[in-house]
Ligand binder design. Structure first.
Ligand SMILES: Nc1ncnc2c1ncn2[C@@H]1O[C@H](COP(=O)(O)OP(=O)(O)O)[C@@H](O)[C@H]1O
Ligand SMILES: O=C(CO)[C@@H](O)[C@H](O)COP(=O)(O)O
Length: 482
């Protein structure tokens, strides 16, 4: 049996799956947590990868690919050292910089040039923040990478000679650095339509040019592992975590993938790029040569865990409470913008619980309002994708939140779609990265055929929850924009 490995270095943890290259069957897996926070030293991702890979997990693996959380800004100096901790996709400190960049060029031009109107999540806005707030660090910036680019480079032996604090391995700064079109499309300085970098935009943001990783082809072998994996293990280009989820799940035309992880995302694979000047739909590229229009919210699975903690219940107890309440949560509506929000673009917003009466303020209704609030945010994405020509007939539900019985039960009603559930125990992003590794190993024109089965979850559409959510959102906008 030929084995391939897929890594998912996402916001909260690193997961690794080892698959049979022939059919994608997972033969073993491991995971390790990441530190909390929206600013993280990349050495912590390396430590998590090392920990998850320990004990011979990667023994016998022929090829490996890394998928990573999108957009994170990893800045290196001349010697290949990180200039400062990475700013993650969910760090909203560059909100003013995003506003400035959009005002300087205009939303229409950003959407045409890059496929997306940058919000605080996008790397380009973080570069502007660096230039404005930390000019000494900005001046030291020689190279800018995304999380998966940096990890792939480290696996190939890249790193600062002699290492650094928390980074005992060191490496060779001259090892070549690569990215892929999927992750590049989340930077805000790469064009999905032309497949080229837009270095002027980097300079506009940072004030000077930097070296950017070469954008490898979708099934290219970009190098060989020099550590953690057995010598000679081929490295595939890797990609962003949502692009890898698409590779893992293989959505058909008419399918949207709905991921309830740290972020909530809803996306589809399309043949043509999208350009949304309203900024709701990010016009990403995928990891195969196609496109991945995507809507992303900042508040998803952690809203559920935060409310469960408040109520003092386990995830299963939270589900039981939410499912004991009626649809509409007795009139309670939660705008779950606990960490600010990206779609709608309200980075300075806070959460809002509306519709409270003496009669409806119960633990059950609060749990239900949290589930409905998270899903309503994603349901807005269904309409936005449709407006951009995406065919939407069925949702495939994945991410840690898909393990919630309440999310599964309420999703079809709130999304207004039949929802199918690929095995919630499978790490689909990591499996997608493994499929890319198998593809690069095979040298074939198309990725290997790895079967995916998904059970249908049935429910009646419930437009009322969404209508209440939108009404509260509309009314609260002046407060949320402050
Ligand atoms: N049964 C469950 N109910 C609700 N949330 C869950 C459940 N199981 C896992 N989660 C949540 O899913 C999240 C992790 O999902 P994951 O997709 O791995 O996140 P990420 O990829 O962003 O790191 C955590 O916030 C965790 O609490
Ligand atoms: O920013 C986006 C998508 O544009 C997020 O989806 C990140 O890619 C993080 O993903 P998770 O860790 O939540 O899976």
């Amino acid at each position: 049996m030929t084995l391939v490995a897929g890594v998912d270095s996402s916001t909260q943890s690193t997961k690794i799956v080892i698959c049979d290259a022939a059919d994608g069957r997972i033969v073993r897996s491991a995971a390790a947590p990441h530190p909390e926070g929206t600013e993280v030293d990349p050495a912590a991702w390396w430590a998590a990868l090392r920990s998850a890979a320990s004990g011979g997990l990667l023994d016998g693996v022929a090829a490996l690919a890394v998928a990573g959380q999108q957009h994170g800004m990893v800045v290196l100096d001349d010697a290949g050292r990180t200039v400062r901790p990475a700013l993650l996709w969910n760090d909203v400190r560059s909100a003013d910089d995003a506003d400035d960049l959009v005002a300087e060029l205009g939303a229409e031009r950003w959407a045409t040039a890059t496929g997306s109107v940058p919000t605080a999540s996008f790397t380009v806005t973080k570069l502007r923040w660096l230039a404005r707030q930390e000019p000494a660090n900005a001046a030291r910036a020689r190279s800018v990478l995304l999380p998966h680019d940096w990890l792939t480079w480290r696996l190939a032996g890249g790193g600062p000679a002699g290492g650094g604090p928390g980074d005992p391995d060191g490496g060779r700064p001259d090892v070549s650095r690569t990215t892929d079109r999927g992750d590049a499309s989340g930077t805000g300085y790469w064009s999905p339509a032309t497949g080229g970098y837009l270095p002027d935009l980097v300079e506009t943001a940072l004030g000077h040019p930097v070296e950017l990783p070469r954008v490898a082809g979708p099934r290219e072998v970009v190098g060989e592992a020099a550590r953690l994996a057995p010598p000679g293990t081929l490295l595939a280009p890797g990609t962003g975590d949502n692009m890898a989820a698409a590779l893992g799940i293989c959505p058909s035309p008419g399918d949207v993938v709905v991921s309830v992880g740290t972020s909530g995302t809803i996306f589809a694979t399309t043949e043509h790029p999208t350009h949304d000047p309203d900024g709701l739909v990010a016009g990403f590229a995928d990891a195969t040569g196609r496109f991945l229009p995507l809507v992303c919210t900042l508040n998803a699975a952690r809203v559920l865990t935060t409310v469960a903690d408040l109520l003092g219940v386990s995830p299963a107890g939270f589900d039981a409470l939410a499912l004991a309440a009626s649809p509409g949560a007795g009139g309670l509506t939660l705008l779950p913008f606990l960490d600010g929000e990206r779609t709608p673009n309200l980075p300075r917003a806070r959460g809002l619980l509306a519709g409270l009466t003496r009669g409806n303020l119960s633990r059950e209704n609060l749990a239900r309002a949290a589930v409905e609030g998270v899903l309503c945010g994603l349901a807005v994405g269904v309409d936005a994708l449709r407006r951009h020509g995406v065919e939407v007939r069925r949702a495939l539900l994945v991410g840690g939140g898909a393990r919630s019985r309440a999310i599964r039960a309420v999703a079809p009603a709130v999304l207004g779609l039949p929802v199918a559930l690929p095995d919630p125990g499978t790490e689909w992003v990591a499996r997608g990265a493994a499929r890319q590794a198998a593809w690069a190993l095979s040298g074939a024109a198309e990725p290997p055929d790895w079967p995916v089965s998904a059970d249908l979850v049935a429910a009646e559409p419930d437009p009322l929850a969404r209508a209440a959510f939108l009404e509260v959102l509309d009314g609260a906008l002046p407060l949320l924009r402050r």
